[in-house]
Design a binder for this molecule. Structure first.
Ligand code: AMP
Ligand code: TRP
Length: 338
């Protein structure tokens, strides 16, 4: 099937630091798995990154690092469209229109804003507050039908649908549904990888403890050390899913194992019931190393080839621009702009 006839997928990752196992299992590995079945557009969302202050020198490098990580994980820039958000001005232009469509009440419900802004909400950037409108713009600008993301982005997909629906209602002539309502693609396993230090907290780039996450650039020794020191409880591994649900650290490690080995959590429980954590951790570390070590090596190789990365992003930008231009043009026309 020609790319133009396939349903379209859009997703993005922020260039805000090195990528971790949550990004990989929750999002990027899924991007790779589905790239042949969809017209896939994968973005490095640098405009989202600057909603909190970024060191400009580091940001430039982080953008290339996400490009290198995408390719190292298996995204094929020939089959998929890989590009940098700020290079396509339509994202910001459509976001402005959507700023005028979304309601303040909708934004006030966003839990990610509340978490990121913390106690000092008055001091958060306005960009952080309207972040979901920019995300809606990313998705709608490509008329994406599906959006592969981790579980934490569910609410942002809901508001995207609300915005699309409101735009369609307010501006689209009867019978024409201009923006398709996008569906999230959230995997049943490992869509929310938790911190290795606290099974109730999400694994995150911004956690001050390096030991809380597995980074895609961790070498085998460091990875083994992090899994070895991961928090557990004193009991042997549970023998039922019900018991697992009451033990957050065991649940996290067993979910990671299941995600990487592409099996259900029930299967992992059946295989390891009653074993000691030390035994399980050593198997988990082996499994992670065999999955991640080829990616790490390829990532390091690609990082040294900036000319190649630049060229991929240029070509990806051209493909993205072609897709975005007619949608932005029609959106402006529908609103009554020239
Ligand atoms: P970000 O790093 O916030 O740009 O996230 C990029 C993608 O990774 C998004 O689809 C997130 O939902 C996903 N993601 C981030 N952290 C996790 C996590 N701890 N578990 C699963 N998915 C995650
Ligand atoms: N908000 C997403 C995150 O923090 C990143 C993102 C921006 C995104 N625009 C997007 C994801 C569009 C999917 C589709 O992880």
């Amino acid at each position: 099937m020609a790319a133009s006839e396939q349903p379209r997928v859009f997703s993005g990752v922020q260039p805000t630091g090195s990528l971790h196992l949550g990004n990989y299992l929750g999002a990027i590995r899924n991007f790779v798995d589905i790239q042949d079945d969809y017209d896939a557009v994968y973005c490095i969302v640098d405009l989202h990154a600057i909603t909190v202050w970024q060191d400009p020198v580091e940001l430039k490098q982080n953008i290339l690092d996400v490009a290198a990580a995408y390719l190292a994980c298996g995204i094929d820039p020939k089959r998929s469209t890989v590009f940098v958000q700020s290079e396509i001005s339509g994202h910001a232009e459509l976001a402005w229109i959507l700023n005028c469509v979304a309601r303040i009440g909708w934004l006030n419900r966003m839990t990610q804003f509340k978490e990121k802004a913390g106690k000092n909400r008055e001091n958060a950037s306005v960009g952080l507050y309207v972040y979901p409108n920019l995300m809606a713009s990313d998705i709608l600008l490509y008329h994406a039908n599906f959006v592969p993301v981790g579980d934490d982005q569910k609410q942002h997909l809901e508001i995207t649908r609300d915005i699309a629906q409101r735009f369609n209602n307010d501006f689209t002539p009867e019978g024409e549904e201009f923006f398709p309502l996008p569906e999230p693609l959230i995997l049943p396993v490992a869509s929310r990888v938790m911190s290795l230090r606290d099974g109730q907290k999400k694994m995150s780039k911004s956690d001050p403890s390096d030991m809380s996450r597995i980074d895609l650039i961790d070498d085998p020794d460091l990875l083994r050390k992090k899994i070895g020191k991961a928090k557990t409880d004193p009991l042997p591994l549970p023998d039922s899913r019900e018991e697992l649900e009451t033990r957050p650290e065991a649940l996290n490690l067993m979910s990671i194992y299941s995600g990487v080995s592409r099996q259900s959590v029930e299967q992992t429980v059946a295989e390891h019931a009653g074993r000691q954590f030390s035994d399980f951790k050593s198997k988990l570390a082996d499994l992670l190393i065999s999955e991640l070590e080829p990616i790490r090596k390829e990532f390091i190789r690609l990082k040294t080839d900036q000319a190649f990365l630049d060229q991929c992003l240029r070509e990806g930008g051209d493909k993205a621009a072609e897709r975005a231009a007619p949608v932005l043009g029609r959106a402006k026309e529908l609103v009554g702009l020239r």
